[in-house]
Ligand binder design. Structure first.
Ligand SMILES: [Zn+2]
Length: 475
């Protein structure tokens, strides 16, 4: 951290004048929340200073009493390109993202065709070029026919791979047998690939569906997708991590037992981590009775006890990331029969303010607002940046990309369908009153969303290839 209390307004020796300065009283840095000035030049942060020492002519944006967060990272979105763009596309998905303070997303491979090969992944990057407000990377899908491909995955293409151990009955590419799963873990360990897993036991689901038939209501659906399936699958993942040393990030934990299992494995030194989603933090099984298909999710939304265990995981920094699992479907798809309505909801726009609202409601006496802002910057910033090796992302520090999000911490507002930016046009949070609002988002030093004007910026988000040598990232 550079500290420059120089009283004069001359450019600092050896450093060109900034082309933008962001000032504020609550800048969320890796060292804590502090007043100061963020100097930006050519899309990068050049300095974070205690006082505004930049030349008077430099353009300024004053965040005042709002929190200035690092541009947020959502490591779990489904933006539906290619092949499913009737549900979502990158123009809409990335508008939802920047409206919610996100400047980087990692997109999932269950597209049509599934993004299961380096060739298809690079074709997806080409298709998105010029259509995204956010920087992006992709989790490559596991080809169940060729799990050994992970051993030679080029990190410039992808550094992580998604494995579905269970899925909707129409989902392709579910890895249902343990032998294939083990081959994938061995290959990923060899290739240094970070696995991200949907860990539920599909065999149990098939048995229950076979015995009981199609569910007639959402309560019946949840009974066919019990917590035990998650617990069993997490135990299998931990055993494979123990055998092969594979880096594994378990997505959307839904129960207290799964969180306890992964925490115990981490404490024992295994390279395993987990994600909590915004919807498992926001909703409980009591909401499902009211919201029906809108909260048909996989894994299911569980009890209030589970929800509070997941909040503890966030507050005690046990969860490495919070993901939106932004998975839009059209209203028509969501109003099909209980059996045929696909699981998933849109959520990238609502994620940060939803987590902020929850943290405010659960504030303990010793907590203060700054501590909550630091948690947000960790779970949606440095946590995913470190786990997925996103250089220059997730922190407000010299040398980082000038990605910033302003959070007005006390603003209260009710979400309506008119606020929804996802192409699907609905939100499970309609009618919610949020505490906190994202008022401005900058990527690479340029405003990509401004609440005051409603304007969006340039659709020139970059495909973030994997880790490259220092200084050789921005071509
Ligand atoms: Zn997902």
């Amino acid at each position: 951290m550079e500290l420059n209390p120089a009283p004069d307004h001359a450019p600092q020796a050896g450093r060109p004048a900034p082309d933008l300065v962001v000032t504020g009283r609550r800048i969320v840095t890796p060292d804590g929340v502090r007043p100061g000035a963020v100097h930006i030049r050519d899309g990068r942060i050049t300095a974070v200073e205690d006082t505004d020492t930049a030349p008077p002519a430099a353009p300024r944006i004053d965040a005042g009493d709002q929190y200035v967060l690092p541009g947020l990272i959502d490591s779990h979105v489904h933006f539906r390109t290619p092949g499913l763009t009737h549900k979502e596309d990158w123009e809409h998905g990335s508008r939802a993202a920047v409206t919610g303070g996100f400047t980087t997303v990692i997109d999932m491979p269950n597209t049509r065709p599934a993004t299961n090969s380096p060739e298809l992944l690079l074709a997806k990057a080409d298709e998105i070029a010029g259509r995204s407000l956010v920087d992006h990377r992709f989790h490559i899908g596991l080809d169940p026919e060729r799990p050994e491909l992970l051993a030679e995955l080029d990190p410039a293409v992808a550094t992580s791979s998604k494995i579905f151990m269970a899925g909707h009955h129409t989902a392709p590419n579910v890895v249902r047998d343990f032998a294939t799963l083990e081959k994938a873990f061995a290959a990923a360990a060899q290739g240094g690939v970070q696995l991200v897993l949907h860990a539920e036991d599909d065999e149990l689901f098939s048995l229950l569906d076979g015995w009981w038939g199609a569910p007639g209501s959402y309560r019946e659906y949840e009974a066919r997708r019990p917590r035990s399936a998650g617990i069993v699958a997490v135990a299998k993942v931990l055993e494979l991590v123990r055998r092969h040393g594979t880096k594994a990030h378990i997505l959307h934990l839904s129960s207290a037992e799964e969180a306890d299992l992964v925490c115990a494995a981490r404490a024992a030194g295994l390279p395993v981590s987990f994600e909590v989603t915004g919807h498992h933090l926001a909703f409980t099984d009591e909401d499902t009775a009211r919201l029906g298909a809108r909260t048909r999710l996989s894994p299911s939304i569980r009890s209030r006890t589970d929800q509070e265990r997941l909040w503890d995981a966030v507050r005690e920094a046990q969860s490495a990331t919070i993901g939106s699992d932004h998975a839009p479907h059209t209203i028509e798809e969501k109003t099909r029969s209980v059996q045929d309505s696909p699981p998933g909801l849109p959520g990238v726009q609502e994620l940060a303010v939803g987590v902020w609202t929850g943290l405010c409601r659960r504030r303990r006496s010793q907590d203060n607002s700054d501590r909550a802002a630091e948690l947000l910057a960790r779970c949606l910033g440095s946590g995913p940046a470190d786990l997925f090796e996103l250089p220059g992302k997730g922190r407000i520090a010299p040398g980082a990309d000038a990605d910033l999000a302003f959070l007005d911490p006390g603003a209260t507002w009710m979400m309506s369908a008119a606020d929804v930016r996802s192409k699907c046009g609905w939100s499970a949070y309609e009618g919610w009153t949020f505490t906190g609002r994202i008022t401005r988002t900058l990527r690479a030093g340029r405003t990509v969303w401004d609440l005051a004007t409603g304007a969006y910026g340039a659709y020139d988000g970059r495909f973030l290839a994997g880790p490259a040598p220092e200084g050789d990232r921005r071509g």
